[in-house]
Design a protein around this ligand. Structure first.
Ligand code: ZN
Length: 293
């Protein structure tokens, strides 16, 4: 495929003059420090952005601004001069640093507080399935331990845990995880989970309606199928998970790639399993991602 801004004529690539100004404008705006979203706002009537979804517009701008071929090479004629191109790269790097700094700062702020559920209840010992507890070693150092520490020997420092969570956030942000690979597929899967939970809830309500019957009798009446189904039901889990899925779906309606933050991550995350030499992130669609410790 030929890069945006060029066309093929008699077997060679030439500049597509009707798009030249658009590309130059996009680089100019970035050089002035505009965010990609602001660029899209300003260039919404541009031919190169026409007919694209918001997410794809963002991806397109992002890719274009990093495309070295615009400086010209043996195949592509020059559209953007080197000075502009490298200044734009600097702006992009600065943007990235600010974003990471913000992400780190907000993570630091919320770490260990009750509001931050990732740290308060979802860290489990991979061996015995117990919640890990936080132990303060000194001012600078905190560690998460399994209370079976003699037997299991599972622990992780707060710093290490933060690092791994940041790494996971980055993977999500860079779209490197399957969980975000196919947006539509993900929504469908979440909806399926939601629906199956709905069925469980209805089943629970049915039991409620039949409460004049003793549960045991009811179960005996429905035999093993009911018994198995009943085992699967966990009311608290149900409420928690549906909330997560609902807010996850709500979040998905926003442009995904720009909006991956720790809140969305929290909504996606079911639990974190700590093993002796690895950490495993388990997401609500039951996808798992393991990292070395
Ligand atoms: Zn344990």
């Amino acid at each position: 495929m030929i890069l945006t801004g060029y066309k093929l004529k008699n077997g060679i690539i030439i500049v597509n003059k009707s798009l030249l100004e658009e590309i130059k404008t996009i680089f100019d705006l970035k050089e002035q420090g505009y965010s990609n979203k602001e660029i899209i706002k300003n260039c919404n009537n541009f031919k190169i952005l026409k007919d694209l979804t918001d997410n794809y517009k963002l991806t397109k701008i992002k890719n274009m601004l990093k495309e070295k071929k615009y400086m010209g090479n043996e195949i592509y004629p020059k559209i953007i001069d080197e000075q502009t191109f490298y200044k734009v790269q600097k702006v992009i790097d600065e943007e990235k640093n600010i974003k990471e700094h913000k992400m780190k700062a907000s993570l630091k702020k919320s770490v260990g507080t009750k509001e931050y559920t990732i740290f308060s209840k979802n860290i489990k010992c991979g061996k015995c399935n117990k919640n890990l507890g936080l132990i303060v070693i000194n001012k600078e150092s905190k560690k998460w331990y399994c209370s079976n520490k003699v037997r299991d020997g599972i622990n992780i420092t707060q710093d290490n845990l933060e690092q791994k969570i940041l790494h996971m956030l980055k993977l999500l942000k860079d779209d490197k995880l399957k969980i975000y690979e196919v947006k539509e597929g993900k929504i469908r899967k979440s909806l399926e989970t939601f629906e199956s939970m709905q069925i469980r809830k209805e089943f629970l309500e049915e039991i409620e309606e039949n409460k004049y019957m003793e549960l045991e009798r009811y179960l005996a009446f429905q035999k093993n199928i009911v018994r198995e189904k009943y085992k699967m039901i966990n009311l608290i889990n149900y409420e928690e998970k549906t909330e997560k899925i609902k807010s996850f779906i709500k979040n998905l309606k926003e442009p995904l790639y720009e909006n991956i933050n720790e809140n969305l991550f929290e909504n996606l995350l079911n639990r974190i399993n700590i093993y002796k030499k690895s950490i495993e992130f388990e997401f609500i669609n039951e996808e798992k991602y393991k990292m070395k410790l």
